[in-house]
Write a protein that binds this ligand. Structure first.
Ligand code: BG6
Length: 493
C-alpha cells in the first residue's frame, strides 16, 4: 500500500542503537565480576569462530565515556545496553558486587548527562556460570528464583534513572541455540529439554515483570523477541496452512505466552502428542496468566523472516517442477533424520528459500517490507506499543584511507526506517528504533569479521587491535536522520 504522504515520526521517537554486555565490555574478570556461561563456552576450543571470546571484546568497560561521547556527538536519543548478571551478582544468587553496580550506575549517569535515554536489558544470554553448574541453569526453577533476586537489585538501584527495561533478549534464539541445536552454551541437543528450560524462563519473565510493576510503577518493561514473519511459498491453501503452523511454532509460542500467559493450542497439542511439551501446573498458570505479569511494550528484534511450504519431506514431491532447495535451517539437515520428536515441525511445515529476496554475505534474507509486515502483525495481535530493539546489517567493513564507506549499510537501514515510517502511517504505535549496533562488537559466533556498528573499532580475532574508534559513513548519515526526525526518509527516493 502506498501513501500520498507518510505520517511524521512521533515527536519523542527514540532514535537509538543497541549492544550487549558480553559483546562489548571485556574486563571479564575485573572488579569482582564472576564468570558467565559464555566465558566458559568461548574458552573451550572449537565453539566459536577462530576461538574468539569476550575477554577484551571492544573494551567498553574502560572506554564507556568515550563511547557515550560518540553517541552524544551522533545525537542519539536512546541507547540499549545489557547488564552482565555475573558482574552484579558474581555467584548468581549470592552477594551483590558493589563495583559491578557502580559501573552501570556510571554508565547510566553518563547517558543521562548527555540526554540519552537508557534502555536496560536484564538478560542478554550471559547466565552466571555458578547457576549453570549448581542448578543446571534454566532447567531448574531455582535459576528463575535467582533471576528474581537479581531483578530486584536492578529495580531498586535504577528505578529512578531508567524508564525502559527489557527482560530477556531473544528467548526464542538462545533457547533454540543452547538447548536444541547445541551451538550456544550449555550446548544441549534435546528439544524436550529446550521446552522445559524455555518454560522456566517464561516463569522468570512473568515474575520479573510483576515485581517490576510493584517497584517501578512509572517504568515500562517487556521482552525483546526475535520476530520473523512467515510467508507461504505458493497460494496453494496447503502451503498457506503450513505458514500458519510455522507462525504458531516460531512466533506465537513465545508472544502468546508473554502477552496472554498461554501457549497457542495448536502447537501445544502437537508437542504434547510427541511427549515434548512443557508441563504447565496450576501454580504456573496463576503466575503466567496474571495481567500484572504481562509486558507494557514488546521489543522486536528484526533481521529476517522465513518462507515455508506444506510437508514435502514426508510426502515425496511428484512433480519435478515443484522441487525446491531446502535452506540451511531445514530441520532435517540439523538433526538426525527420522527422529520425529526432535523434529516436530517437519509434518507442520518445511522451510524453503524465498526467490524474491536477496541475502547478506551470511545468508540472511534482506527484507525491509518484512519489517512493516512484522510490525503490523504484532501490533494487530497484541495491541501493545512496540520498540524495535535490534535491526541491522552484518558486513565485512573495510578501512580505506582512514574511511569506512558503508553505503550498503546506509541502504539497508534507510529501507528499514522507511518500512517503519510506513507502519507508523498504517497506525502502529512505535516507541523507538535501536539499530544493531552502536559500535562494532564481538559477534557470538563470527568474531570480528561480521560487523554491524556505526563506529568502527580496531579490534580483530586475535584481540590485539588498537581499540581505536572511527565513525563510519553511516554514523553521519544516521546523525542526520535523527536530526530530521526521519522526515528525510520517504517513499519518493
Ligand atoms: C541477535 C542478538 O540475535 O543478533 C545479538 O541479539 C547478535 O546479540 C545479533 O549480535 C547479530 O547476530 P550475529 O550472529 O550476526 O552476530
Amino acid at each position: 500500500m502506498f501513501y500520498q504522504k507518510l505520517d511524521e515520526f512521533p515527536k519523542n521517537f527514540l532514535w537509538g542503537a543497541a549492544s550487549a554486555a558480553y559483546q562489548i565490555e571485556g574486563a571479564y574478570q575485573e572488579d569482582g565480576k564472576g564468570l558467565s556461561i559464555w566465558d566458559k563456552y568461548a574458552h573451550q576450543k572449537g565453539n566459536t569462530f577462530k576461538d574468539t571470546n569476550g575477554d577484551v571484546a571492544v573494551d567498553h568497560y574502560h572506554h564507556y565515556k568515550e563511547d557515550v561521547a560518540l553517541m552524544a556527538k551522533m545525537g542519539l536519543k536512546a541507547y540499549r545496553f545489557s547488564v552482565s548478571w555475573s558482574r552484579i551478582i558474581p555467584t548468581g544468587d549470592g552477594e551483590v558486587n558493589k563495583k559491578g553496580l557502580q559501573f552501570y550506575c556510571n554508565l547510566i549517569n553518563e547517558l543521562r548527562k548527555n540526554n540519552i535515554e537508557p534502555i536496560l536489558t536484564m538478560y542478554h544470554w550471559d547466565l552466571p556460570l555458578v547457576l549453570q553448574e549448581k542448578y543446571q541453569g534454566w532447567e531448574d526453577k531455582r535459576t528463575a528464583d535467582a533471576f528474581l533476586k537479581y531483578a530486584k537489585v536492578l529495580y531498586t538501584n535504577f528505578k529512578d534513572k531508567v524508564k525502559y527495561w527489557v527482560t530477556f533478549n531473544e528467548q526464542n534464539v538462545f533457547t533454540s541455540m543452547g538447548y536444541r541445536w547445541g551451538t550456544h552454551p550449555p550446548k544441549v541437543k534435546d528439544i524436550k529439554r529446550m521446552y522445559k528450560a524455555n518454560h522456566i524462563i517464561n516463569l522468570a519473565n512473568a515474575r520479573a515483570i510483576k515485581l517490576f510493576h510493584e517497584i517501578v510503577p512509572n517504568g515500562m518493561i517487556g521482552p525483546s523477541f526475535g520476530y520473523g514473519p512467515v510467508y507461504s511459498r505458493t497460494c496453494d491453501s496447503n502451503d498457506v496452512l503450513a505458514s500458519l503452523n510455522a507462525a504458531d511454532f516460531n512466533n506465537n509460542w513465545w508472544l502468546d505466552m508473554y502477552c496472554r500467559g498461554k501457549y497457542p493450542f495448536f502447537t501445544y497439542k502437537v508437542l504434547d502428542s510427541l511427549g515434548i511439551a512443557p508441563k504447565v501446573t496450576d501454580t504456573d498458570k496463576r503466575i503466567l496468566e496474571d495481567p500484572l505479569a504481562h509486558p507494557d511494550f514488546l521489543g522486536i528484534n528484526y533481521y529476517h523472516g522465513g518462507t515455508v511450504q506444506q510437508n514435502r519431506i514426508e510426502k515425496p514431491v511428484k512433480d519435478k517442477n515443484e522441487e525446491h532447495q531446502f535452506t540451511k535451517t531445514d530441520p532435517y539437515l540439523m538433526q538426525p533424520k527420522g527422529d520425529k520428536a526432535q523434529n516436530p515441525e517437519v509434518p507442520m511445515f518445511n522451510n524453503v528459500d524465498n526467490p524474491y529476496l536477496k541475502k547478506t554475505e551470511w545468508g540472511w534474507e534482506i527484507d525491509s517490507t518484512g519489517l512493516r509486515i512484522s510490525l503490523r502483525q504484532v501490533y494487530e495481535k497484541y495491541q501493545l506499543p512496540i520498540m524495535i530493539t535490534e535491526n541491522g546489517l552484518g558486513a565485512k567493513d573495510k578501512v580505506e584511507n582512514g574511511q569506512i564507506n558503508d553505503d550498503y549499510r546506509i541502504k539497508y537501514l534507510r529501507d528499514h526506517i522507511l518500512a517503519m515510517r510506513e507502519a507508523i502511517t498504517d497506525g502502529v504505535d512505535l516507541l523507538g528504533y535501536c539499530a544493531w549496533s552502536f559500535s562494532d562488537l564481538l559477534s557470538w559466533l563470527n568474531g570480528y569479521s561480521k560487523r554491524y556498528g556505526f563506529v568502527y573499532i580496531d579490534q580483530n580475532d586475535n584481540e590485539n587491535g588498537t581499540l581505536k574508534r572511527m565513525p563510519k559513513k553511516s554514523f553521519n548519515w544516521y546523525k542526520q536522520v535523527i536530526k530530521d526526525n526521519g522526515s528525510n526518509i520517504n517513499e519518493e527516493e
